[in-house]
Design a protein around this ligand. Structure first.
Ligand SMILES: *Cc1c(COP(=O)(O)O)cnc(C)c1O
Length: 390
């Protein structure tokens, strides 16, 4: 038997062999002409993936949390009002980060499995002048998908900067940064972008850059300060050598490879693949009498699914059975209900084959643990849904 395991958690994900191969090149100098070209290309390809020809991209070594930290550090000053729209664990994390920089935050928390209504958001924006608002596009703790477009429109109406945490959505869900006038869209390498962990990726609008330039106080975080990074990004894009902090050379080579794969597939087609697979997977899950955490499928992400364990089954045992079948899934993350659900990532290079392996292992695990179902039921629904929709 092969020792090969299928990593189906919501990041890190299964990476394309070409991306992993690119990681393994002999590390070059960060100012070698070939690497300058790779870095420059990566910045340009980000604009295509984000649909932000006018944006200013940043590629910095770190994780998605650094990208969040960078947005807060550069745009927020002491006593600024910031509205945090939360649908889970990562909304609260943004609130913590913003408070660290002295923001007066107001957090609107959706009930578990739901989103904050536009009426609630508008009422809050009307009540006082907010400098910025944050949206979690897909909250990875709940599998909830928020539509950022109408919220970005509200932000514009009330002269507020909009910041999208797209860590679990960029390259997997629909994003039109320039058209929707989102000021910041940020992510990390290890999710739908499809590169091993270690890169924070962020795109800032012209307006966001203006707000940063007009700050009254210096950015209180040396590493995150755009004053240090903007000249570097400009230099690489103009194919000039430059240095602030040593770039993660091999990761950036892998990033260029992955962004090229994404653009070759085409971003719209890629998002559609995520939607089709997610829809079929949710139908299969429902046919196994399992319930997803989002209150309706319209609120369910296309990059991962959060699913309640059946009441009669011990969750830890189910995960262990799945691992025995070489399929790795993730447990719950939202502290209040952590032990009651599991998560399956389906983003990046994910294929129907991967999800059939998950469903097969899941059916067997459920049956062995005493959850009644007919083997092949979920697989059949999955197959039928894919055949019908394609
Ligand atoms: C994973 C994730 C983060 C945090 O990213 P790290 O790379 O783990 O720091 C933030 N927000 C969302 C929505 C995420 O899915």
């Amino acid at each position: 038997m092969k020792g090969r395991k299928l990593l189906m958690i919501p990041g890190p994900i299964e990476f394309e062999p070409d991306v992993l191969h690119a990681m393994s090149i002999a590390t070059t100098s960060h100012v070698a002409p070939n690497f300058i070209e790779v870095f420059g290309n990566s910045l340009e390809l980000m604009r295509t993936v984000w649909k932000s020809p006018k944006g200013q991209p940043f590629i910095v070594a770190g994780t998605g949390t650094l990208a969040m930290d960078m947005a807060a550090a550069n745009l927020i000053e002491q006593e600024d009002n910031v509205l945090v729209i939360s649908s889970g664990y990562f909304g609260k994390r943004f609130n913590d980060i913003l408070e660290r920089y002295g923001a007066n935050t107001t957090i609107l928390e959706a009930p578990i499995g739901e989103v904050v209504s536009l009426e609630t958001i508008e009422k809050e924006l009307k009540s006082k002048q907010y400098k910025a608002l944050t949206i979690t596009h897909v909250d990875t703790s709940t599998g909830i998908l928020v539509d950022p477009k109408p919220i970005a429109q509200l932000a514009k109406k009330y002269n507020t900067i909009s910041i999208l945490d797209g860590v679990c959505s960029v390259a997997g869900e629909v994003i039109n940064q320039d058209e929707w006038e989102l000021d910041i869209v940020l992510t990390a390498s290890q999710k739908a972008i499809g590169v091993p962990p270690g890169l924070a990726l962020l795109m800032a609008s012209e307006k966001a850059m203006k707000v940063w330039k007009n700050r009254k106080t210096p950015v209180p975080n040396y590493y995150a300060d755009w004053s240090n990074w903007l000249p570097i990004m400009k230099a690489y894009e103009e194919r000039r050598p430059s240095y602030f902090g040593t770039p993660a050379v091999n990761l950036i080579v892998a990033l260029e490879t992955s962004l090229k794969i994404i653009c070759k597939e085409g971003i719209d087609k890629r998002v559609k693949r995520h939607q089709d697979l997610a829809k079929a997977f949710r139908a299969a899950i429902a046919s196994l009498n399992l319930e997803i955490l989002p209150k309706s499928t319209a609120l369910a992400a296309n990059t991962l699914s959060a699913v309640y364990y059946p009441k009669d089954i011990d969750g830890a045992l189910l995960s262990a059975k799945m691992i025995e079948a070489d399929v790795i899934i993730a447990g719950g993350l939202l502290p209040e209900i952590k032990a009651t659900y599991f998560r399956v990532g389906h983003m990046g290079s994910v294929s129907a084959n991967d999800l059939m392996a998950v469903l097969g292992a899941l059916e067997r695990a459920l049956i062995v643990l005493g959850h009644p179902l007919e083997p092949g039921k979920g697989l059949q629904v999955f197959q039928n849904k894919l055949l019908k929709d394609n």
